[in-house]
Design a protein around this ligand. Structure first.
Ligand SMILES: C[S@@+](CC[C@H](N)C(=O)[O-])C[C@H]1O[C@@H](n2cnc3c(N)ncnc32)[C@H](O)[C@@H]1O
Length: 318
């Protein structure tokens, strides 16, 4: 389906039944949890953009610097005449640096679960690069969906934002192994957040303006608006901390009282202080991530790291 300036739009947006099933299964487990992919409705995607602009949220700033400072070398690894497929493309900001440095990219394929945000970002990108075919895909990249035929040419994956960190390491390995099918022998450029001092990590997920808290609590608003739940967000609070043994930031929503919430006819009890685990953001050493990528069947050929060792971008060859 052609939409406005887009060459093509493939819509595999997850349906509400999937959301309800995930919410009920997550909230009836002994440790309550909700999958982080559901943060990203239209409001969640906008809040994430605001997080990216925060002083404390170093990953976006550093990754953009790395892309800008090494754009020509990165473009050489990607090669000319390549289809660029972005996993979790969000506002499609970082790809612009790469597209400017590349010669003759064949197409740009932004893929995201957040439908309206994807369409807006992809249309804006298409108007900035009028010669470039932009083929948008709304899909959950962890689910099976039929990837469109892009025609001939190398395919390169782009997975910035350390979104790979939202998978536990075993799942990240499986995800990368699966992405190889889409890439058909092409490489993957992937941003990975590094293990660092706890203060910097804590501040990045506990910003002083409270945007990350709003982003986290928006998940409950989404349950209310889409599933007819009756969460009172004033009775939950944001919590994020570094789980050092597991090298990951964990985000939770903590119930501030004993309460019962109704969701699509189901009553879910919360005790005072009980948590809903909403996100993991796993951090890696460079060598730790390279080993994981190797286990997934990639050859980690090149890595770019900033001088303070905060963030890394890896080029993985299939
Ligand atoms: C951390 S943000 C990164 C956005 C952007 N790539 C960047 O680097 O700024 C994660 C993005 O991945 C998308 N996303 C998360 N889980 C997804 C899934 N399972 N399938 C497709 N997109 C997903 C979100 O909607 C969001 O745009």
């Amino acid at each position: 389906m052609t939409v406005g300036l887009l060459e093509d739009f493939h819509d595999f947006e997850p349906v509400q039944d999937d959301f309800l099933a995930a919410v009920l299964s997550g909230l009836t487990a002994p440790q309550k949890s909700l999958p982080s992919k559901f943060f990203y409705d239209e409001r969640g995607s906008k809040l994430f953009d605001q997080i990216c602009d925060l002083e404390e949220y170093y990953p976006t700033r550093i990754e953009l610097d790395l892309l800008q400072n090494h754009s020509e070398e990165i473009a050489r690894y990607v090669g000319s005449n390549s289809h660029l497929i972005e996993f979790g493309s969000g506002s499609s900001v970082k790809i612009r640096t790469l597209l400017k440095a590349m010669t003759d990219p064949l197409s740009y394929v932004p893929m995201d679960i957040s439908r309206e945000h994807l369409l807006e970002a992809a249309t804006q990108l298409a108007s900035s690069f009028p010669e470039l075919p932009v083929i948008a895909i709304c899909a959950d990249y962890t689910s099976g969906f039929s990837f469109p035929d892009l025609g001939q040419g190398k395919r390169t994956g782009f997975f910035p934002g350390s979104t790979i960190g939202n998978f536990l390491p075993g799942d990240a390995e499986k995800f990368l192994a699966g992405a190889k099918d889409i890439l058909q022998g092409g490489g993957m450029l992937i941003g990975v957040d590094l293990i660092k001092n706890e203060e910097t990590l804590f501040a990045a997920y506990n910003d002083s303006k409270g945007i990350t808290a709003e982003f986290n609590l928006n998940l409950l608003n989404r349950c209310n608006s889409e599933l007819g739940a009756n969460f009172n967000t004033q009775y939950f609070k944001h919590s994020a901390f570094y789980n050092s043994p597991e090298s990951r930031i964990e985000m939770h929503l903590i119930s501030l009282r004993d309460q019962i919430v109704s969701i699509a006819g189901h009553s879910i009890g919360f005790s005072d202080g009980e948590s809903i685990h909403t996100e993991n953001s796993c951090k890696y050493s460079v060598s730790g991530f390279q080993s994981l990528a190797s286990r997934a069947g990639f050859n980690p050929t090149k890595v770019w790291v900033d001088p303070e060792n905060l963030f890394s971008i890896h080029y993985l060859e299939a």
